[in-house]
Design a protein around this ligand. Structure first.
Ligand code: PLP
Ligand code: MN
Length: 367
């Protein structure tokens, strides 16, 4: 490899597009979250689907978080191999291939926790664990639909029925309930977001209580994201929150919840062509910045981004200073999680000097 950026290099020497992190801003996001949430006594189990990085998981734990969430089993495999094993997998594990992988992961790492939302899904894991000869049961949470309508059993009788089914399975140990209110994270009006969140939390905590009244031991009630965690922690009965995006933020989140947390991650890009008096082309297109939540923004205000294909984007302006071939710009992603998944490394800098380089360990792990 002829290209190997090093600690101490200025970011001006990085090739582009490069994913860069402003450490001062990122660290301030961490302290803001911790000082807002930790005094409530809540467990912070950050969602690592955002960073896909073990180093960042460790940094968050050093700051007061406990363990982490991953979305997918394949992310858990990577994190466990790298020594980070206190993980809740927040997506259902369905299908023979995945169940087999889960059993093998659990054989090595007993701290893995899973969620289930169907009797069939739970039974399949139970049968595979039975055959595996692993004596210990896997810690299991019931995934509850609190309004997102993505996964999760319905509250009331269906949830009770599923909980009874799970406690009847020898190789699953029911320890809690997960209810993620993803539909509320980007509700723009803070008061409205809060009220809707409290309704979802009522569904969640009442279900946890109903499980306890039914004789089940419910220790974990886990929920929340960047847009709602501050409300979730105020609800008695909630034990844990799962925010992820707060570390870096994105324009979609900033537009919805404001600037309490800063945009600390940008995609450094180079102007490679001039295509008009007030329009240039940069080397960051669809393969560097996702567009599902709108277009990325140039960190320097006054320049409007447009997509010109997989490898190219445009920046145009009216009154701002001219950009020219060779200039560099920083682009703020519109949706942080899928954007990070497009890059191999984070280059973390303080005031323009690279201080740390982190791999996106679980990049591409979507299974
Ligand atoms: N919990 C679950 C189950 C999620 O799917 C997500 C994100 O999609 C989060 C928590 C974290 O949310 P955010 O990145 O909005 O903080
Ligand atoms: Mn996301």
């Amino acid at each position: 490899m002829t290209y190997s950026p090093k600690i101490g290099d200025p970011i001006s020497t990085l090739d582009t597009p490069s994913m860069i992190v402003d450490l001062d801003l990122m660290e301030s996001n961490i302290s803001k979250l911790m000082s807002q949430l930790l005094p409530t006594g809540i467990n912070i189990r950050p969602h690592l689907k955002t960073t896909k990085s073990v180093i960042l998981a460790r940094k968050l734990n050093a700051a007061g978080a406990k363990g982490g969430c991953v979305a997918k089993l394949s992310e858990a495999e990577v994190m466990c191999e790298l020594g980070f094993t206190d993980l809740l997998i927040t997506c259902e594990i369905i299908g023979a291939a995945k169940v087999k992988r889960l059993v093998e992961l659990f054989r090595k790492y007993r701290s893995i926790k899973i969620v289930v939302d169907s009797e069939g899904g739970a039974s399949a894991i139970n049968e595979a664990l039975e055959k595996s000869g692993i004596g210990e049961p896997i810690m299991t949470l019931i995934d509850l639909d609190v309004g997102l309508h993505r996964t999760g059993v319905q509250a009331g009788e269906p949830a009770l029925k599923l909980a009874r089914h799970v406690v009847g399975l020898t190789h699953l140990k029911l320890i809690g309930v997960q209810g993620y209110e993803g539909h509320l994270q980007h509700v723009h009006n803070r008061e409205e977001r809060k009220q809707m969140c409290l309704e979802s939390m009522a569904t969640l905590t009442q279900t946890a209580e109903a499980f306890r009244e039914d004789g089940h031991n419910i220790e974990v009630v886990t929920t929340g994201g960047t847009g709602t965690a501050e409300f979730c922690v105020s609800v008695p009965g909630v034990t844990e929150v799962q925010p992820g995006s707060f570390l870096f933020m994105d324009t979609d989140y900033r537009n919805a919840v404001g600037t309490f947390y800063s945009n600390s991650l940008t995609i450094l890009s180079t102007v490679i062509s001039k295509q008009g008096q007030k329009c240039i082309t940069i080397d960051a297109g669809l393969k560097s910045l996702t567009t599902d939540s709108g277009l990325a923004e140039c960190k320097t205000v006054g320049y409007t981004y447009g997509v010109l294909g997989d490898e190219h984007g445009s920046l145009s302006w009216t009154d701002s200073p001219d950009l020219n071939v060779g200039d560099r710009v920083e682009m703020i992603p519109s949706h942080i999680d899928p954007t990070i998944n497009l890059h191999d490394f984070y280059y973390a800098h303080r005031k323009g000097v690279i201080e740390e380089i982190w791999a996106v360990d679980a990049r591409g792990k979507v299974q």
